[in-house]
Design a protein around this ligand. Structure first.
Ligand code: PMP
Length: 348
């Protein structure tokens, strides 16, 4: 009944999802440990539920305007989606077809391949170096029709400097998607948004899931040349971002002060945790995201994963070849990180 290519797919399996009652330390999905802006609570407290009988703004126009203005762009250069995952799906739908190939570093965010598989688009994985540096020339050499780079990269946290992205764009005319889900933890100066006026083959992806602590409402967006956004607008679902999500995202987006304060808190804790893990004998890969990839020595990553799990601390351990001896730890609150470190010291 269904398409042949569906047979070989597997459903998305998230990291362990414990009860959300605060009794466990959940640092396995790169979520933000702090609540969203208090402006969100305020908004929901006074929310007129009768509004929900209307369809939402089909184009998410108020949110687009807000986001565009913040980036010095027009709202016609912004498109919002049901999480950046939906925007990624939309990019595949609009710019690629069966038989095309996209190139992406390995390792990276696994969802690019999940979507490519559905529509029989090939994925050329280009291995990162030992220190997870991305091989840009290798990506270009694949001859792929598009290049996807998560920056900072997923699983590793490594940041590709803006200048390198510019070099790539000078050297490659296919579609370049820079997925900046974690960029707020690296600093705006590293964002490829600065290049949008110069390159019309660039799409920059963002999300409310990480720095805004709003993965529960599923809002992501992309910024690109008006012509690309226009094409994507033709292909998205009619009311792809629900009303509550639009107004919550807008309230959080306006609260720049809270965003900066929580990002700083996460970044400070990240840098402290990296030092402490190194003191405990881990190799810690440089990360500009809200998580750390690290490798224990003398003990297996999967044993540490099991040990922490028994203490109700959930970190991420992958089976994939380059990551199987490593752990990915999202940055928790200062208190959660202290508890994590206490258990790691006891285990050492
Ligand atoms: N891109 C990257 C690199 C990610 O790690 C994630 C989420 N883990 C996403 C996109 C998807 O985020 P969203 O919640 O906006 O769908």
């Amino acid at each position: 009944m269904y398409r042949k290519s569906i047979e070989t797919l597997s459903p998305y399996i998230p990291g362990f999802q414990p009860a959300m009652d605060g009794t466990v330390i959940k640092i396995n999905s790169n979520e933000n440990p702090y609540p969203p802006s208090p402006k969100v609570k305020e908004l929901l407290g006074g929310f007129d539920f009768r509004q929900l009988r209307y369809y939402p703004d089909a184009t998410s126009q108020p949110l687009r305007e807000l986001i565009g203005a913040q980036h010095g762009l027009s709202s016609k250069q912004v498109l919002c989606g049901n999480g950046s995952d939906e925007v990624i799906s939309l990019i595949f739908k609009v710019f690629f077809e069966e038989g095309d190939t996209i190139a992406t570093p390995y390792p990276t965010y696994t969802f690019y391949k999940s979507v490519a598989d559905i529509i029989n688009v090939g994925v050329a994985f280009v291995d990162t170096a030992e220190d997870f540096a991305i091989d840009l020339q290798g990506l270009v050499n694949t001859g792929a029709k598009g290049i996807f780079i998560a920056n900072p990269n997923a699983q590793t946290g490594r940041l590709l400097p803006l200048q390198r992205i510019e070099e790539l764009l000078n050297n490659y005319s296919g579609l370049v998607v820079i997925d900046e889900a974690y960029i707020d933890f690296a600093g705006q100066e590293s964002s490829a948004c600065h290049l949008l006026g110069t390159y019309s083959n660039l799409i920059v992806l963002r999300t409310f899931s990480k720095s805004y602590s709003l993965c529960g409402i599923r809002v992501g967006f992309c910024l690109a040349d008006e012509s690309l956004i226009q094409a994507m607008d033709k292909c998205r679902d009619s009311y792809n971002v629900n009303h509550l999500s639009q107004v919550i995202a807008a309230a959080a987006f306006r609260d720049r002060e809270y965003l900066e304060a929580t990002v700083k808190r996460v970044v400070d804790t990240r840098d402290m945790l990296a030092d402490e893990l190194r003191n405990l004998g881990f190799t810690v890969y440089p990360s500009e995201a809200n998580f750390l990839l690290c490798q224990p020595h003398g003990r297996s990553a999967s044993d540490i994963y099991d040990y922490l799990k028994a203490q109700q601390i959930y970190v991420r351990h992958f089976d994939s070849p380059r990551l199987s001896d490593k752990l990915r730890i999202a940055i928790g609150t200062e208190q959660e990180v202290e508890i994590l470190l206490r258990h790691l010291r006891e285990y050492a």
